[in-house]
Design a protein around this ligand. Structure first.
Ligand code: F6P
Ligand code: MN
Length: 352
């Protein structure tokens, strides 16, 4: 005999899906885009990306049952192992965007070169199809990060060089976080908004209409196992946080590390914090681990528009002029006063 208190099938749906009660007050992603997207093209491209997000979300829900876990036996352009779902997510996004008449081309973490789409399109789409992919096999949060840039050579076939635009040129940016629920964070105008995917109706429903990050925080995210490879000012910064109330900061700090940037950035948009993947000397050819164009830039636009800061430790990430679609960059982002504190440590150190 099922316990009625836990058997949701015995209850009318309004008890556990309260938002339909709001009726016309509920805002779906479609409503929001119609009201706020600067062009039908932008509206259409974001709709395509977020529709693919629904499919990826469903695949992740099925997990091992969908036969999508584990290695695919290839390496991506960064020399990292690809998981089956990395490739699947990449292919789903690529196929859907190639059919979108507004999309002139697609650049992905998983593809060495950008893929031309429709020459008459006005937009370029860049994405990390599955961020935090080492989390897939352990049933932890992963996500899709995307960035939309203008395409300046409409009528001609897009090339890698067309993507080399600073992050401040982005027309839209966002991520889908596939966590205990699927959440979309998006910025298309001056605000950052969040939607939750209703698994019943398959609608993205607006849950936050103006995300703002506190300037101060006592929470930070870093992979400390790389400590010995960091530069001295970053070592000093983390030493100060660990010293807590016994050191110069005079208060205690707490660590949180999701091991998927999308999860750490989401936490920061929800309750503040500092996230960094700093410069390190672990691998000689890497300036940092994260990729500028489809990780750091879209996340920096979201964080800045929510009132936070995003630097490479010293310089504003959104002003970096890219030279390669896959280039890496050190990242320090989150609560503004903390990001500025890290910058001051680095500037003062280099001036000594
Ligand atoms: O995309 C790279 C990434 O998976 C990020 O999502 C994450 O923040 C980071 O790498 C984790 O790196 P590490 O495994 O070195 O802690
Ligand atoms: Mn990633």
């Amino acid at each position: 005999m099922p316990n009625a208190a836990y058997d949701l099938t015995l209850r009318p749906s309004i008890f556990y899906f309260p938002y339909p009660l709001l009726g016309s007050f509920m805002t779906t992603l479609a409503d929001y885009l119609n009201q706020h997207a600067s062009s039908p093209a932008l509206n259409d491209v974001i709709t395509t990306v977020t529709n693919v997000g629904k499919t990826i979300s469903q695949l992740l829900r099925k997990g091992a049952l969908a036969d999508i876990l584990g290695e695919a036996g290839n390496q991506n352009v960064q020399g990292e192992d690809q998981k089956k779902l990395d490739i699947l997510a990449n292919d789903l996004l690529l196929d859907a965007l190639a059919k979108n008449t507004h999309c002139a081309g697609v650049a992905s973490e998983e593809l060495d070169d950008a893929t031309p789409a429709n020459d008459d399109g006005s937009l370029l789409v860049l994405f990390d199809p599955l961020d935090g992919s080492s989390n897939i096999d352990i049933n932890m949060a992963v996500g899709t990060i995307f960035s939309v840039l203008p395409y300046e050579r409409q009528g001609q076939t897009s090339e890698n060089s067309d993507y080399l635009q600073a992050g401040n040129k982005q027309l839209a940016a966002g991520y889908l976080l596939y966590g205990t629920s699927t959440v979309l964070a998006l910025t298309i105008a001056d605000k950052v908004v969040m939607f939750s995917l209703d698994p019943e109706t398959e609608d993205y429903v607006l849950i936050e209409d103006n995300v703002q990050i506190d300037a101060d925080t006592s929470e930070y995210a870093i992979n400390s196992s790389n400590y010995r490879y960091w530069r001295a000012p970053m070592q000093q910064y983390i030493d100060e946080l660990i010293a807590g109330e016994t050191g110069v900061r005079g208060r205690d700090f707490n660590t949180r590390w999701v091991a998927a940037m999308v999860g750490d950035v989401h936490r920061i948009l929800c309750r503040g914090g500092l996230f960094t993947y700093p410069f390190d000397t672990k691998y000689a050819h890497k300036a940092g681990k994260l990729r500028l164009m489809y990780e750091a830039n879209p996340m920096s636009l979201l964080i800045e528009r929510a009132g936070g800061g995003a630097t490479d430790a010293v310089n504003r990430i959104l002003d970096i002029e890219p030279t390669d679609i896959h280039q890496r960059v050190p990242v320090v982002l989150g609560s503004k006063n903390e990001v500025n504190y890290v910058r001051d440590l680095h500037v003062n150190y280099s001036e000594q």
